[in-house]
Design a binder for this molecule. Structure first.
Ligand SMILES: Nc1ncnc2c1ncn2[C@@H]1O[C@H](COP(=O)(O)OP(=O)(O)OP(=O)(O)O)[C@@H](O)[C@H]1O
Length: 615
């Protein structure tokens, strides 16, 4: 591994930055949403990001106004210092009494103390505001993420979403909590300091503007490039997250297929991309900062030279020059802060664009508010494509009879699981309809849909939380007694009794570990609580050991009784026991009938049955 890193870092770090890199790496910022590269989630355009930022400002305008008032008061007291020092210079050079000097010094002291108090109060208020804005944003974002269409999440992969929920939320949090308050302070201080300098002496005040022609164009040049560059940086980190989490999730497969070198290659490519993106933004900063640093000290020099001449022609006093020179020095801090934090805000805006982008994912279902009339599920002329133009189901029709047990059989890749997902309302059909009681499944709210039909697969995630929390995912308002009955119904009593804290036992990562069979029974108990009238079973027991599978099958039997069941049958005895069998071949139902009817038909099912019997 160290060899790999050495050979990777060497050539990259040695490469000088060229103009060709600049042309390749910079891209104009889009005003509209950027189409997601590949299958990534969308990134909001600058208009949507501005609208979102404006919405946040409007929603918090009262608190924001108070913060501005306190910062302005703090800045005004800060301006008293140079003014008093100027007055002191003039009064001392013109001859004065000790008591006048003491009086001015006391005013100066009072101003410094008042400024410290106001500054502290203003930063406290702005921090509270920052936390509130950030908390709102985070809650909204989690709402958007959890209502993303499953198909979109599957297509986008976990890396992109993971990076948005971690790196981007973190970057935005930094910008909102620290960047916005500091930017506000800098803006207010800058405006008031300029105003104060002009009040002291308009002629000298002009000297403070000399850096504007240097700072303005270079900052514009920088900001135009840094936005898209930061976008690229964020996307690159998303790819790294995705590549690493994919390798960790599939560690067994990586090991079994000796994919190590290939995964290292991918990770290196992802790191290389992030490195190049970082190098570009670093280069941009290396162009910005020397110019702004130089320009910041220019006004002080100009004010002293220009002021000296004005004093010599009696157009200004020495005290006025001293005051404006001090104002010019105190300008460096807010201008520096402004540039630094504009940069941070660009970084935060790139994150905001990725966070707002999640809102732009079109919903794959629209809740019509219509209620199903009955529990009959109908599949009518359904086609479905995971990728545009490549249908995996072609005009499928199927009427489920309430209470029946239907087995779906067919070769691997024929479309059984896909049809199962459509019948469970997980994916909407590309054309045609899947309805329950006359209402399309994708017109039902998700909570309502789960009371009609549910998919049971071999994946049973145990969420971090108590056993009760995990069970209540099936029915939010279920009482403890109901939870216990559901566990009893699925035969989970023996292992439940052995839990250290009963329903309050912490499960999931870091908590009490359940065996795969127990996790499956927990999922079945959730189903009992949700109580859908139709279940689609896909490979429900294939991952656990045969003995555990038998116990789960018994539990499953209890859950299935009295419900309509569509079983994607991988073992033909399931088909034998079913009321009807549907043979799926090449995205179509080619045979449909009872076991005996299909045997009599002597088609694909009969052939499958004969070969299974002879094994
Ligand atoms: N998420 C996906 N994205 C793209 N294509 C997919 C996806 N899932 C399945 N497919 C493709 O759709 C087709 C039907 O797959 P499906 O899993 O529905 O078949 P199946 O009959 O259930 O097969 P098996 O018995 O092996 O599970 C296959 O060509 C498969 O490669």
């Amino acid at each position: 591994m160290s060899d790999t890193m050495e050979s990777f870092e060497g050539p990259l770090l040695d490469q000088p930055y060229t103009e060709g890199d600049e042309a390749r790496l910079s891209a104009p910022e889009a005003a509209g949403p950027t189409p997601a590269p590949g299958n990534r989630l969308p990134i909001a355009g600058s208009l949507a990001v501005r609208a979102e930022a404006w919405r946040l400002v409007k929603r918090n305008r009262q608190s924001l106004a108070w913060v501005m008032v306190f910062y302005a008061a703090a800045a005004v007291t800060g301006l008293v210092g140079p003014y008093i020092i100027g007055r002191l210079v003039d009064t001392v050079s013109g001859g004065t009494t000790m008591s006048a000097v003491t009086g001015l010094s006391l005013v100066l002291l009072g101003a410094v103390v008042a400024q410290a108090f106001l500054q502290r109060f203003a930063s406290y208020r702005s921090m509270v505001l920052g936390e509130k804005v950030f908390a709102d944003l985070r809650e909204e974002f989690m709402g958007d993420v959890t209502s993303l269409p499953l198909s979109t999440v599957e297509r986008a992969g976990t890396g992109d979403l993971l990076s948005r929920t971690t790196n981007d939320v973190e970057a935005l949090s930094h910008a909102v909590r620290f960047g916005v308050p500091r930017l506000l302070v800098a803006l207010v201080t800058l405006a008031l300091t300029l105003a104060a300098a002009f009040v002291v002496s308009p002629l000298l005040g002009l000297g403070l503007l000399v850096s504007a022609p240097f700072i303005a164009p270079v900052t514009r040049w920088y900001l135009k490039r840094s936005g898209p560059a930061y976008q690229r940086e964020h996307a690159a980190y998303g790819t790294i997250d995705g590549t690493i989490s994919e390798a960790a999730d599939g560690a067994l497969t990586v090991d079994a297929l000796s994919l190590g070198p290939q995964r290292i290659g991918r990770t290196r490519a992802a790191i290389r991309e992030a490195f190049e993106a970082e190098r570009y933004t670093l280069w941009l900063r290396s162009m910005l900062f020397p110019v702004t640093e130089l320009a910041l000290w220019l006004p002080a020099v100009v004010v002293v030279l220009w002021g000296g001449w004005l004093v010599s022609v009696h157009s200004a006093s020495a005290g006025e020059v001293a005051a404006v020179a001090l104002y010019s020095v105190s300008l460096t801090e807010p201008v520096n802060t402004l540039i630094l934090w504009l940069d941070e805000l660009q970084f935060g805006a790139a994150s905001l664009a990725r966070i707002v982008g999640v809102k732009e994912v079109p919903a794959d279902r629209t809740v019509s508010g219509e209620s199903p009339r009955g529990s009959r599920i109908s599949v009518r002329n359904v086609t479905f494509a995971y990728r545009a133009g490549r249908n995996v189901l072609h005009g499928v029709d199927l009427e489920l009879v309430p209470g029946e047990r239907l087995a779906m059989v067919g070769p691997s890749g024929a479309g059984k699981s896909t049809l199962g997902r459509l019948i469970a309302g997980i994916n909407p059909p590309s054309a045609g309809s899947v309805t329950v009681g006359g209402v399309p499944l994708v017109d039902l709210a998700v909570e309502e849909l789960r009371r009609e039909v549910a998919l049971v697969t071999q994946e049973h995630h145990v969420f971090v939380g108590t056993l009760a929390d995990n069970l209540r995912l099936g029915k939010e308002d279920a009482g403890d007694q109901e939870l216990l009955e559901a566990l009893r119904d699925v035969g989970a009593e023996p292992w439940f009794q052995a839990l250290p804290d009963g329903l309050e036992t912490e499960l999931g990562s870091g908590g009490h570990a359940l065996t795969p069979a127990q996790a499956q029974e927990l999922a079945l108990a959730r189903l009992v609580l949700a109580d859908p009238h139709t279940l689609v079973l896909d490979e429900a027991t294939s991952l656990i050991d045969p003995q555990a599978a038998r116990s789960v099958e018994q539990s499953l039997g209890a859950v299935l009784s009295g419900r309509t069941v569509v079983a994607i049958a991988h073992r033909l005895h399931t088909a034998h026991d079913a009321d009807r069998v549907a043979v799926v071949e090449d995205g179509r139902i080619t045979e449909l009938g009872s076991h005996d009817e299909l045997l009599a038909l002597n088609g694909s099912y009969a052939a499958l049955w004969r070969s299974w019997r002879s094994e």
